[in-house]
Design a protein around this ligand. Structure first.
Ligand SMILES: [Zn+2]
Length: 206
């Protein structure tokens, strides 16, 4: 049982896991994609709450071991103040877990997606240098790769379509680029996301 705090300020206990083996509970992949994973209904007001709690998701058959760090601890994680279980990689916040499960569902390389996100981020920052832009892989559609771009419009994502040929190129360039800056930094640690560059104050492109 884990303690959950509702926006109504009620604190209640909910039967939420701390670790999930996707091989033993394959339904969880869909629950993560649908947004029902790690949710609990508040007994006071009836709201379905999605708490910002740490959870470890692993799968031996998919070679996955992911620790979800609460979004609230993002900056503490950047400072090295949030230890991970040995062997686990980090995603920060539930949305990044969803993004990762989309990659698992679609059989695409999370690292090649980060290469594409870096390109999209650079382009979006040219158009809006002061915006805090976050890009998420949204899935595939008719041979294209869809990315949601957050931060350009209030409370709405713009959608960018990337042709499959560009993904194939990213996959091809992956081993070479992984050795070069900034990807050598992005892929060096346990949090292999373009957002890790936010943690580096010297990085202009963010
Ligand atoms: Zn409530």
């Amino acid at each position: 049982m884990r303690n959950v705090t509702c926006p109504c300020e009620a604190v209640f206990e909910a039967d939420l896991p701390e670790t999930v083996d996707l091989d033993a509970r394959p339904r969880t992949v869909e629950e993560i994609l649908e947004g029902t994973f790690l949710t609990a209904r508040c007994p006071e007001c009836g709201t379905v709450v999605k708490p910002d709690l740490p959870v470890r998701v692993f799968s031996g058959s998919r070679n996955l071991d992911i620790q979800v760090v609460p979004e609230m601890e993002r900056y503490a994680f950047y400072r090295g103040a949030v230890p991970l279980p040995s062997g686990a990689e980090a995603v920060i916040g539930y949305r990044e877990l969803v993004e990762r499960m989309r990659a698992v569902r679609d059989g695409v390389s999370p690292r090649a997606l980060e290469l594409l996100k870096y390109l999209l981020l650079a382009r979006a920052q040219q158009d809006a240098p002061d915006a805090e832009i976050v890009i998420e892989y949204a899935g595939r559609e008719d041979g294209t790769f869809l990315f949601d771009v957050w931060g350009l419009k209030e409370d709405a994502a713009g959608v960018v379509k990337v042709p499959a040929s560009l993904y194939d190129k990213a996959l091809e360039d992956l081993s070479r680029k992984s050795a070069e800056d900034p990807f050598s930094r992005i892929f060096a640690g346990t949090y292999r996301s373009v957002r890790v560059l936010e943690a580096d104050p010297d990085e202009d492109a963010k």
